[in-house]
Structure formats: C-alpha cells, structure tokens
Design a protein around this ligand. Structure first.
Ligand code: PGA
Length: 253
C-alpha cells in the first residue's frame, strides 16, 4: 500500500474551494484505493468543513501542531484540537515551519503530543543543502535521532518519516532529487532508526519521499527511490495533476 500525502500548504483561501478540491481528490482516491491510502494535510481552518463534507476515501491531517497544550501559544493549534476535528495525521517539522524557527526539541514534543492523541505524525527530515563531504548526513541523522530517541519505545512503529531535501522543495527548488539520492537517504534514515531500535522496527516504518514530486517522477521514487509513499505539495492542489499522479502510482502496485 502506497501512502500518498498531499500538503496543501497555505491554500486554498476559502472553505468552498477546499471542499471542491477535496471532493475531486476523494473520487480519484476511491478509484485507486486498492493500492493507495490518500491523506490530505490542509490548513487547520479548513479541517472541520473538510471532515464534515468528505467522509470516505481520504483521511485528513494538519500541517503542524503546538508542542504542548499550554495555552500561551498564540496562533498555534494543539493536538487535542486536531483530534477533536477528526484529523488522523499531522505533518511535523516541515522545512517551511522549521525555517520559521521550529527546532528539534519542539518537533519532538509535537510528535509526542500527537502520539498521545493517536494521530499519526509525519515527521519531515532533510538537509538544507548538500556538500561534497557528506556532512549533510549528520544533520539528517540528528533530526531522526532526536525523534526516535525521544518517543516511547513502543511508539516508534507508529511514526511516519518523510525525507524532504530542502533544496528540492517548492517553486524555488534548486533541482529535483534523483531516485538514487532518495534511495540512499531513505536507506540511511532506516539505518539510523535500526541502530536505535531494531531491524524489524526500522523495516516496518513508512518513509516517504517529498520535494517537487509530480505525475512523471512519482512512480520512480517508489520503484527505485526506496520510498513507501510520497509527500506532495503543489501538485496536490491541482486535482487533475494529483489524479494523474495517483493513476501513475496505481499502475506500479
Ligand atoms: P512541493 O512541496 O511538492 O511543492 O515541492 C513539498 C512539500 O511541501 O512537502
């Protein structure tokens, strides 16, 4: 089963647009549900309307969550709120949130608070840039270790990781990652997890690839890139392209 997560980022502006888009995605998700689990991570403000209007084929999730339920965190939402809406997943540590100052400590706390509410955390890790010496490996290792060492041992298997090289994300991406780069890093992340837990746990953890994924390159990231699923930004906001992406994925599984 491929886990396909759409990250709508800060769009669309209106509930009605969000519902229309989600309805189209839900229809496609229904067509491909034998091979793909579809999750849409929408701006939190749309979640109540989405969850009320679209009851099948698509799961909904948040895009970030506060590290605790302490109320003095103006502008944030907590995991209890997400649970109350009916969210099943939540992205944690997205590079666009890290860029606004979220640190590994907060990312761990957010992950723990989601697990406590039985919401699946999709933990994003990835280097800002690559260097010729492999130093970037230690920054990704640190990000992974912080979370795996910090959650209760029996909870590790509930985590989903997304390898998202920051340089490959969004419209300002330097370039697309190659499938070889994805495969190497996903293997590396799994090894980091195995060294802390055990091989069996590490083998069973879903690791997604994300960063400029589109309908053309999506199958290769699964077939050759070592990913069990994909975290898709811009293309998930275009129902036609997202449907083509699903169709392409359904043909390989
Ligand atoms: P992108 O974004 O697919 O638009 O590069 C990826 C993401 O936001 O995770």
């Amino acid at each position: 089963m491929i886990l396909l997560v759409g990250n709508w980022k800060m769009a669309p502006n209106k509930d009605t647009e969000a519902i229309n888009l989600a309805k189209k995605i839900s229809l496609s998700a229904k067509a491909y549900k034998k091979s793909i689990t579809t999750v849409v991570c929408a701006p939190a403000i749309h979640l109540p309307a989405l969850i009320k209007n679209i009851k099948t084929n698509v799961c909904f999730g948040g895009q970030s969550v506060a590290p605790s339920e302490e109320i003095a965190q103006t502008g944030l939402i907590n995991s209890a709120m997400l649970k109350g809406y009916g969210a099943s997943h939540c992205i944690v540590g997205h590079s666009e949130v890290r860029a606004r100052g979220e640190n590994d400590e907060q990312i761990l706390a957010s992950t723990v608070s989601l697990l406590q509410k039985n919401i699946t955390p999709i933990v994003c890790v990835g280097e800002k840039e690559r260097d010729g010496h492999g130093w970037y490996l230690s920054s990704v290792k640190e990000q992974v270790e912080k979370v795996v060492l910090g959650v209760a041992k029996n909870q590790v298997k509930k985590l989903v990781f997304a390898y998202e090289p920051v340089w490959a994300i969004g419209k300002n991406a330097a370039r697309e990652a190659t499938v070889a780069e994805s495969r190497e890093m996903i293997m590396f992340i799994r090894k980091v997890i195995a060294d802390i837990t055990d091989e069996k746990t590490a083998k069973n953890i879903n690791i997604l690839y994300g960063g400029s994924v589109n309908e053309q390159n999506a199958p290769a990231f699964i077939l050759e890139g070592g990913a069990q699923g994909l975290l898709v930004g811009r293309v998930s906001l275009d129902a036609k392209r997202f449907t083509s992406l699903m169709k392409a994925l359904s043909m390989i599984s």
